[in-house]
Write a protein that binds this ligand. Structure first.
Ligand code: NDP
Ligand SMILES: O=C1O[C@H](COP(=O)(O)O)[C@@H](O)[C@H](O)[C@H]1O
Length: 490
């Protein structure tokens, strides 16, 4: 991988949809942080694109206003002035191909690499690709960064991917899954492949089961119409949870490069056991939140949210029992759960090891609890190992206690700020590193598997199970584990 220096990436970052929610809340603050860390090359320019005919000064004001609103620390004037000097603005109606001529005159591919970020609805990806091609900007070294979701199912994702592929090769396409930019998700690679104690115990011989939880406190946050069409399965499982699962389950890649990693992730997606009408009851739980209290605050149910249709059956919670049909994971279920308006914001992976085959401590400990490796993805990022230790003391029989080896990132890496996922992904796209971006075949296999589940739900025609906002989801999700004599780590 290239060393990260400000000098190696003179880019024209073209931000389509620069006035949208994602750009304002995430991308502009991420660019500010990159500027602050001196990771934006001095010659790099940020070209905001929207359809309003506004002046550069108004655009700069808008960027400043959003930085003041969404940055987590006070804005530093010198950093802002440096970023401001890089800003340009072009007004383009993305459906009007002639408007793209403005980019042709502004962008010189021999001086800066065009990195085109599509922060717009995916229905515009085809238009943007066509417009860039008409402006002579579709050939190398141009890169395009596509936001998720790519489509609504396999068929629609193929249409969008085909539209983009008409003008760009796979090597030019950077598909975002922002979970791949999270520090702790990347740490899964380090934990697994840099530590012999884990690498040697990472299969069905040592591991009983795996749990992946991505719980959110937020509800649909004013995005009801988008969300109601998608649901938690398409919004979170098809992308983020499956990406985390593949990083935990994949075989060791030969190298840390894009295709070595993506080839291994793809094999996992191909090995996911189909869930269809024959096993949908056993393997899945769908839920929808009712009113309740989240961290002590009263919140409405999903059907009472602003703009809601009262008869929606869209799921806001999903729990799944996933089997991976390969040698490494034979007989090791992966339990996944994710939901909105849950008891707290918590994303973690729990690797539950098998119990010891024989208990020599039965006089004091009838059932030895098994070891657990808990990887806290967010918040309070860190890694914890649960082990049994002898309680110190003379003259007593062996008394054991479950204890934790707890490595909090905050405490261990005190001086290191944990960067937001979008900072890393923007930087890697500007550097031309594709290893944190999703390849087309991964998207397709993830959709194929998810489509099967959604179709089976459709056929079974069962409404989602209600759960109170501020809980850990429907009781059925607990029963799903209990049937296997297991329980969710809380
Ligand atoms: N918001 C988020 O947190 C997340 C968003 N995403 C994805 O990112 C993408 C953008 O999302 P988000 O920012 O929320 O969406 P918004 O609707 O807030 O923004 C979309 C932007 O696209 C612009 N746009 C639409 N049509 C045209 C057109 N014909 N010409 C020029 N500009 C146009 C809109 O401009 P105008 O203001 O003029 O309407 C708007 O600024 C979507 O694919 C979404 O799924 C992914 C993860 C999280
Ligand atoms: O992509 C999405 O992710 C967010 C959750 O992201 P996180 O980084 O806060 O864990 C989710 O709220 C949103 O619905 C979804 O579109």
């Amino acid at each position: 991988m290239a060393a990260v220096t400000a000098q190696n990436s003179a880019s024209d970052l073209i931000l389509f949809g620069t006035k949208g929610d994602l750009a304002r809340r995430k991308l502009l603050p991420a660019l500010y942080q990159l500027e602050k860390a001196n990771l934006l090359c001095q010659q790099t320019r940020v070209i905001g694109v929207a359809r309003d005919d506004i002046t550069l000064e108004s655009y700069q004001e808008l960027v400043l206003e959003n930085l003041n609103r969404f940055l987590k620390q006070p804005l530093e004037q010198d950093v802002w002035l440096r970023l401001q000097a890089k800003l340009l603005y072009v007004n383009i109606d993305l459906t009007n191909i002639e408007d793209f001529n403005q980019l042709a005159t502004l962008v010189d591919k021999t001086k800066r690499v065009p990195v085109c970020y599509f922060a717009t609805p995916p229905s515009l990806f085809g238009d943007i690709s066509k417009g860039l091609a008409a402006a002579g900007l579709a050939t190398l070294p141009t890169r395009v960064v596509l936001e998720k979701p790519i489509g609504h199912d396999l068929a629609s994702s193929n249409i969008i991917n085909d539209q983009v592929a008409e003008f760009f090769t796979e090597a030019q396409i950077y598909r975002i899954d922002h979970y791949l930019g999270k520090e702790t998700v990347l740490n899964l690679l380090a934990l697994r492949f840099a530590n012999a104690i884990f690498a040697g115990n990472w299969d069905h011989n040592s591991i009983d089961h795996v749990q992946i939880t991505v719980a959110e406190e937020v509800g649909v946050e004013g995005r009801w119409s988008y969300y109601d069409d998608a649901g938690q399965m398409r919004d979170m499982v098809q992308n983020h949870l499956l990406q985390v699962l593949t990083l935990i389950a994949m075989e060791p890649p030969a190298r840390l490069d894009a295709d070595s990693i993506r080839d291994e992730k793809l094999k996992v997606l191909k090995a996911l056991r189909t869930i269809d009408i024959s096993n949908i009851q056993e393997k899945t739980v769908r839920g929808q939140y009712a009113g309740g209290f989240v961290t002590g605050k009263s919140v409405p149910g999903y059907l009472q949210e602003e703009g809601a249709k009262s008869n929606s059956r869209t799921e806001t919670f999903v729990a799944l029992k996933v089997d991976i049909d390969n040698w490494r994971w034979a007989g090791v279920p992966f339990y996944l759960r994710t939901g909105k308006r849950m008891a707290s914001k918590l994303s973690e992976v729990v690797i539950c090891f098998k119990p010891q085959p024989h208990n020599i401590f039965h006089a004091t400990y009838r059932n030895l609890p098994s070891n657990k490796l808990i990887i806290r993805l967010q918040p309070d990022e860190g890694v914890e190992i649960q082990v049994l230790n002898k309680i110190p003391g003379l003259g007593e029989s062996m008394r054991l206690q479950e204890t934790k080896l707890d490595l909090s990132f905050d405490e261990t890496f005190k001086s290191q700020r944990i960067a937001d996922a979008y900072e890393r992904l923007l930087l890697e796209a500007m550097l031309g590193n594709q290893y944190l971006f999703v390849r087309r075949d991964e998207v397709e296999h993830a959709w194929k598997w998810v489509d099967g589940i959604i179709n089976a739900w459709h056929v079974s025609n069962e409404p989602p199970k209600s759960y109170p906002a501020g809980s850990w989801g429907p009781v059925a999700a607990i029963s799903m584990m209990a049937r296997d004599n297991r329980n969710w780590e809380e």
